[in-house]
Design a protein around this ligand. Structure first.
Ligand code: ZN
Length: 257
């Protein structure tokens, strides 16, 4: 996970999104207390312009696991993820699904992120644990700023303040509750993901070996050339566009110590 800078709000959310929110709030005030998938218009919150804005804001990567997703128009693409779930919420996996969810935030730009289908559909789902469950906002009149979410919001917090790396393994700094809950909820050390990070780290370390060797054999022309390429590669691996850049940056800062 890396820090994400929120981009400009797409126009459709300001217009149609605002109207749709108003309609949902009116329904709630008229006694509707449960909203399901059909009550939300994915032509608004998942409009191509919204997907495009999220995809580009996140450099085409999942906001949680940092894998590259396919382009928004691809059938096997990523998902528009509601940070606060719109349909209903669960405090933990064993909890019942409570309704309504955060229906009034379904079209709220600051509640939307781009995630891979695995993180969204297999792990995050309707989970939204709070440190203070009694302060949970239950409807559009409640104040969400009273909530202390356990899940790290990469647009509002810097994940590196909570999540650290031991090689390719992710852990919570000083066992902090936010890092712990985020890692567990999204299963950020799931086998395939950790394996992919391990492979990336191996490539990174191979570049370091090359650079180190070039520093010893300074008259070896081929080695110097390979070292320059390796340095370039490492720089690219640490860019926000690159997969697992948080891990590479952590590994890089360790080598500089
Ligand atoms: Zn993901």
């Amino acid at each position: 996970m890396i820090k994400i800078e929120r981009a400009e709000e797409p126009e459709i959310l300001k217009t149609k999104g605002k109207q749709a929110r108003k309609a949902l709030c009116t329904s709630y005030e008229q006694g509707k207390t449960e909203f399901s998938k059909e009550d939300f218009n994915d032509n608004i919150y998942a409009h191509p312009s919204v997907k495009k804005a999220l995809f580009s804001m996140q450099n085409g990567k999942c906001c949680f696991c940092e894998i590259k997703t396919k382009q928004p128009q691809h059938p096997d693409k990523g998902d528009v993820e509601h940070f606060r779930p719109k349909n209903g919420y669960q405090q933990d996996k064993d909890d019942d699904l409570h309704k309504p969810g955060y229906y009034w935030l379904a079209y709220k730009w600051t509640n939307l992120l781009w995630s891979c289908a695995t993180c969204n559909r297999s792990y995050k789902k309707n989970l939204f644990p709070l440190q203070n469950p009694t302060a949970r906002a239950k409807n559009h009149s409640d104040d969400i700023t009273s909530e202390i979410p356990l899940l790290i919001n990469p647009c509002e917090q810097n994940p590196k303040d909570y999540i650290k790396f031991n090689r390719s393994f992710i852990y919570a700094l000083d066992d902090n509750p936010y890092g712990k809950a985020t890692i567990e909820l999204l299963s950020l050390n799931r086998e395939d993901l950790e394996e992919a990070r391990r492979a990336k780290l191996k490539t990174f370390k191979q570049q370091l070996v090359l650079i180190k060797a070039a520093a010893t054999y300074t008259d070896d022309y081929d080695l110097q050339k390979a070292s320059r390429e390796a340095q370039q590669m490492i720089q690219e691996m640490a860019l926000p566009q690159a997969e697992y850049s948080a891990m590479i940056k952590a590994a890089l800062s360790k080598t500089l110590q």
